[in-house]
Each structure stands twice: as C-alpha cells, then as structure tokens.
Design a protein around this ligand. Structure first.
Ligand SMILES: [Ca+2]
Length: 703
C-alpha cells in the first residue's frame, strides 16, 4: 500500500509539473507571439508636418523614431476625410454607409461589431485614452478615459470607466499622463494590451501648450506654392468652400482673442505670448496678400506648436516602452484620422479627396517584424486597421469587414492581389466649411472625383499635375482613362456595397417605439387663458414663454421624426411659436413676415424651410414634421406642403429645454431675444414620430 501511494504521489507530482510546464510554455508563447498594440492617433495631423515625411516646416524627432525604426507609408488613405467618420472606420473596418457614421454629429452605434470587442474576446485587454468623438459611450474597452466631444485644449473634463473627472492642465500632456498611468498601473501585465492613445491636437483652433507657446517666434515658415490658388481649372466645388486662410479664420483661430477657459496662471502665459504680437499687428495695418501671409504664419505656427507637444509627449511614451522592456513586443502605430491643409490651395481644414486631406500619415514600428527605415508605397487605408489588429492578435477576421490586414505588408510580403485603387466618399454637405458631397477613385497615377449633387466631375493626372490644379476631365486625350476610371468607380461602389444609402440602425429602434405623444398643451390651469373653439387657449404677448419643458435627452430626431404644432391665432406676423436647443443644435418654429417657418440648427449652421402665409386674427391649424431624411413637411389646416429644407436633420437630442411662446436662453434662430409669438395658442402638441392622415384629422376636429 505504502509503495503504491508513493508511486501515485510521484505520478501525481509528475503530472502536475508537466501541467505547470505546459502552462508556462503556453504563457511564454502567448507573450512571445501576441504583441501589444499601441495605436497612437492624432487629429488632423498633416504628413507635411512630420520630418520623417520630409517636412520643410518643422522637426518631429520623436515621431520620426517610429519611421526610422519601422515603416513609413506614403500611400495611406482614408475613406472619408473627417474626424468622427474616420474613427468609426478604424473601429469597424467598414465604410460609413455600413457603420452608420458618415458625418460629424452622428452617434456611433456601439452595439455593432467592433475591433475592440473582438480583441477583448481574443484575450486582449483594451483601453482608449484621449479623444473619442463618437458621442456614444465607448463599448468594448476594459478601460476608457476620454474627452467629451471635441474637448478643450486646456483643463478638459473627461469621462472615464470610473466616472467623470476634471483635469487642470494642457490636454496633450494630460492624455499622455493618463496613458502612462494606464501602462504602469492600470493594466494586467499578464495579458497583451490594445491601447488607443488618441490626441485632440492638432485640431482647430490650435491652442499651443505653455511649453511650446513661444516656439517659432523668430522664424518665417515657408509657404506652400498653392497658397494663392485661384481655383481655375477645377469645378465650382473648389471655389465655393469656406475654409480659406484668407477669409475664414476667426479671431479665436488667429489668437486675437484668448481662450475663455484658462486659469489665471495659464492666461498670464498666454497673454505674455500674444499681447505684444497682436499690438504690433494693429500698427502694421496689413491688407491684401500681406494680410493673408500674416494669417498663414500665425495659423501654421500655432498648428506646429501643437505638433511639438504631440511629438514630445509621444516621445515620453516611447521612452517608457523602452525603459520597461515593453518596446520589444509592442507594435507602435502612429497615424491621424486624416490629413490636413497647411495652406495648400489657400486652405486649412480637410474633407476633400485632394491629396493633402485624402492621405494621412502612417508610421509603424514592430521590432523583429518590420525592417527599420523602410518605406511602403502600397495603397493602405484606415479601413485596414481593424483587420490588421485582429491578424496581429491571431484572431479571426470577420468576413463582413471591408479592408485587408496590413500584416503581410509590414513583413515585406505584400500579397499579389493587394488593392490598386482606393474608393472615397465624403457626405457632410451642407455642413461646416461648405465642401460639396463627393465620391471618387484614385489609382496610382489618376484620380477621378464626382461631385454628384453638383453633377460635376474632376480628373487629375497626378504624375503631370501633382498639386491637382487642372482637371483634365474634358480633355479628349484622357477619354479612355476617364472611361476606365468611371468603370473602376462603379466596380468599387459595388465591391464596397455603396449604393448611396446609409445604414439606419435607428430604423429598427424607431419601429420598436411607435409614435409617442410627448406633450399636449391644454393650458387648463395657466394664467392668461380664454376659451376658444379648440379648447382653452393661452394668450401670449411675445415677451414671456408660456411653457418650459426640460430636455429629456431621449427625444432624438436623429432616428425618429418630430411632429410639432397646434392651433395658432396670430396678431403679428413675426414671432417664435416653439423652440428647443440653442446656437449649436436645435429647432424653432416661427412666423416670419407672416409665413410659417421651421428652422434647424445643426453644428452651428441654420437651415430653414418656409411654408405658406398664415392669416392674422383667425385660427389656423399648423403642423411641422421634421424628418430624418432632410425633409420637412408642413400641414396647414390639413393641407400638405413639402419643403426644400436642405438639411432638416438634428443629430441628437437638444440639451436645452423646450419652450412655448418664445425662444429663450441660447437662441436657435438669428432673431434677437425679443422674439416671441403674439396672439393665441391652443391644443399645441409635440409628438415623437409621425401621424397618419386620420390622426391628423382627429387633432384638427376632435368630433
Ligand atoms: Ca480630424
């Protein structure tokens, strides 16, 4: 017995040690074969301002480390050159029309498949720190610490997994501090990590940090050769934008006014940097080209100061990777959500399919896998990140993702069937900077752009005309190329399933939640009421709101229409009947010169629809239906009037209260504070959803 026990014990011990040995081998293998992924994402960073890309305007020694020790991509493109949509593409590996996020202001549907969720499933710990800009709460991240919306350059409030936090300091530094804190303290060292370290900088309006605010003071930054572009040789789209250094920089952009949220200490440093220079400018009294040149210098220097801080802070993280020994098994990616104009074509901003904004910087370091100092000319895209990360993690790539893993490209083994053309689609019109909607295709040598709402095309021969100054679309010499590219554009649209419609995740939600009566105003207990044929009416003098309902935050016309109206008896042809929201987002229903009018404020821009005249001193039933699909319909005494409102959309729920009788607080419309409706209002209702004909009729005539 004794002997047997001993044997058993020995066997058990042997088996146990074998298991332990196996486990630790697996762990070692796991550690050796599954690299950490550090994704460094800046916002609006032009490759023209990275010295690894041959910048003539600045030096970025730390960013260059990634290129020098890894690979620089000279043909990295985005699907849609704008912040939010690019972020959604990175997370989903799908074009905007399939991930539902095609323009800033959309809300990212975090319930869909994302690379962060798939990496979590594959055993990675996931985190996002810095700019998020997708509105919805980050899903698929074990840890997040993100800016709210765009977030300020100084003193940012942030949302974290553990609740809201208020920081004091410069945002680029704070995001880096939090990233280092995550690497040092928060993560589980036993698991590989996927960390998105995402800067706000160098986004508009380029507020330098206290450490860099005096850089470039005694320098003149070289101008791009297209700073004084006259837009001849291209379609009307290029002329009709609103993003020129010449005309469209604000006083805040130009630092003629300081930011409003600085601490007294910070303001002191700020004023010391700008007050004297601004005073000198007043004396110079510049105009014409000289003023444009001055604006260019002021703008670009501030932009570069923001980059200086990004460069320095990325250096801190790279240093920590080295010190901690993490560098060896961490793939480091530096890229931006898209490129940017540093005065090229006379512009700042992005959006276009022209090279400076269509391209984005991309540098990747992966010790032992990527040969140091290599340059890739392969056409890669932000569409490829999701699959690349999954491939690196050894996880499966879902068939419905639309990019391709760049891993073989990193390893110097570009597949034979790698893409030879890139498809682009920009949607945000009307919108900030007024860049027309367009899609197009770029091949190695040519680029075809279709401004499809304007029915205008451009074709560029990038070899002959690298600055894209003269479209050859109408040049008969290019007839064959044009035909070929038109075919390629069509092929890519089919390949990427872009038939012009955008997936509406809200449709299912809207269906699940039928029309709701949010509020019916019957004024039974109010002051200033009198009897009317339509129940109790409230008498308004135009100076006082008759009702104020706080925003529920739920009432979101992005995915369900809004129906608003009731009986009105105007004694004046001007005044706000009802409004919600303010100067950045909201809607207002009013009489303007006797006509019923409905306006939407979206991302600060105002879009208005005007309906028919409403008679004074009599009752009229007036309803406006605001639809998601840029449609606005009036029903005046039951008569349907479709209007041509260009952008009757709201991209979210207005935060301000709903007010009846006037627009108070932050104003939606461009009227003064004394904007109220004068007359009587009865049976006013607010529905979330639409009504059918019978329901509308029942509202007008309850019997
Ligand atoms: Ca951006």
């Amino acid at each position: 017995m004794m002997r047997f026990s001993n044997q058993l014990l020995t066997l058990t011990v042997l088996a146990l040690s074998a298991t332990i040995a196996q486990t630790s081998t697996a762990q070692a293998q796991n550690k050796a074969t599954r690299p950490n992924i550090l994704f460094i994402f800046s916002d609006d960073h032009a490759y023209q301002s990275i010295s690894a890309y041959g910048s003539v305007v600045n030096q970025t020694p730390n960013l260059d480390r990634i290129a020098n020790e890894g690979m620089r991509f000279d043909r990295a493109f985005v699907t849609n050159s704008i912040c939010g949509p690019s972020r959604a593409v990175v997370l989903t590996g799908k074009y905007g029309h399939l991930n539902g996020f095609v323009r800033n202001g959309n809300t990212f549907n975090g319930n869909q498949q994302t690379v962060s969720k798939l990496l979590q499933k594959a055993g990675y710990q996931t985190a996002v720190i810095g700019k998020w800009h997708l509105k919805s709460t980050p899903i698929g991240f074990d840890y997040y610490h993100v800016l709210i919306g765009q977030g300020p350059y100084y003193n940012p409030p942030m949302r974290t997994t553990e609740g809201p936090v208020n920081h004091i300091g410069y945002t680029t530094e704070i995001i880096t501090d939090q990233t280092l804190k995550y690497l040092k303290e928060r993560r589980d060292p036993e698991k590989p990590f996927f960390l998105m370290y995402q800067h706000k900088a160098p986004h508009r309006n380029w507020q330098p940090g206290p450490q860099e605010i005096n850089n470039y003071n005694n320098e003149t930054i070289p101008e791009p050769i297209t700073l004084f572009d006259d837009y001849k040789g291209r379609t009307s789209a290029a002329r009709n934008q609103a993003m020129t250094v010449k005309d469209h920089l604000s006083r805040f952009d130009l630092k003629l006014d300081p930011p409003k949220n600085l601490t007294p200490e910070q303001l002191k440093v700020w004023n010391a940097a700008y007050d004297k220079k601004n005073a000198e400018l007043e004396k110079l009294n510049l105009e014409g080209d000289a003023l444009i040149r001055w604006k260019y210098q002021r703008y670009v220097k501030d932009y570069l100061r923001c980059i200086d801080s990004v460069d320095k802070n990325v250096g801190r993280v790279l240093d920590y990777l080295e010190e901690s020994g993490l560098a060896e098994n961490t793939i480091v990616i530096y890229t931006s959500d898209q490129g940017w104009y540093l005065g090229e074509h006379g512009w700042y901003d992005k959006r276009w399919m022209y090279e400076e904004s269509f391209r984005t910087p991309l540098m990747v370091r992966w010790p032992g896998k990527i040969k140091p100092g290599t340059v890739s000319k392969d056409m890669v895209m932000n569409l490829d990140f999701a699959q690349t990360f999954l491939d690196i993690a050894g996880a499966e790539q879902p068939a419905d993702m639309q990019g391709a893993s760049m891993k073989p490209v990193f390893e110097g083994e570009t597949p034979d069937d790698w893409r030879q053309s890139v498809y682009y689609h920009y949607y945000e019109f009307p919108g900030a900077h007024s860049v027309a909607k367009h899609n197009g295709v770029r091949t190695e040598r040519y680029k075809l752009i279709n401004f499809y709402e304007n029915k205008e095309w451009e074709l560029f021969d990038l070899q002959e005309d690298p600055n894209e100054l003269s479209s050859v679309y109408d040049n008969p010499d290019y007839a064959d190329i044009k035909k070929e590219l038109e075919g390629e554009l069509k092929r890519l649209q089919e390949f990427y399933k872009d038939d012009g419609t955008v997936i509406n995740f809200g449709a299912a939600r809207a269906k699940a939640y039928p029309t709701q009566l949010v509020r019916r105003f019957r004024f039974g207990d109010s002051e200033n009421t009198e009897k009317s044929p339509h129940g109790t009416a409230v008498v308004t003098n135009g100076k006082k709101q008759v009702f104020n309902q706080p925003s529920s935050g739920k009432f979101n016309p992005e995915y369900k229409p809004v129906t608003l109206g009731g009986f009105i008896y105007p004694t004046s042809g001007n005044g706000v009947i009802a409004a919600q929201g303010g100067a950045s987002l909201g809607y207002t229903m009013q009489l303007v010169n006797g006509k019923i009018s409905f306006s939407v404020r979206s991302q600060g821009q105002l879009f208005s629809a005007v309906g028919p005249e409403i008679a004074l001193n009599q009752w009229t039933h007036v309803v406006a239906v605001l639809n998601r699909n840029a449609k606005l319909t009036f029903f005046v005494d039951g008569k349907e009037i479709q209007t041509d409102i260009k952008a009757a959309f709201l991209t979210g729920a207005p935060a301000d209260a709903f007010t009846l009788g006037l627009d108070g607080g932050s104003l939606v419309g461009e009227y003064g504070a004394a904007n109220g409706f004068q007359g009587k209002i009865a049976d006013f209702r607010l529905y979330w959803g639409t009504l059918d004909k019978e329901e509308l009729q029942g509202w007008r005539d309850p019997n």
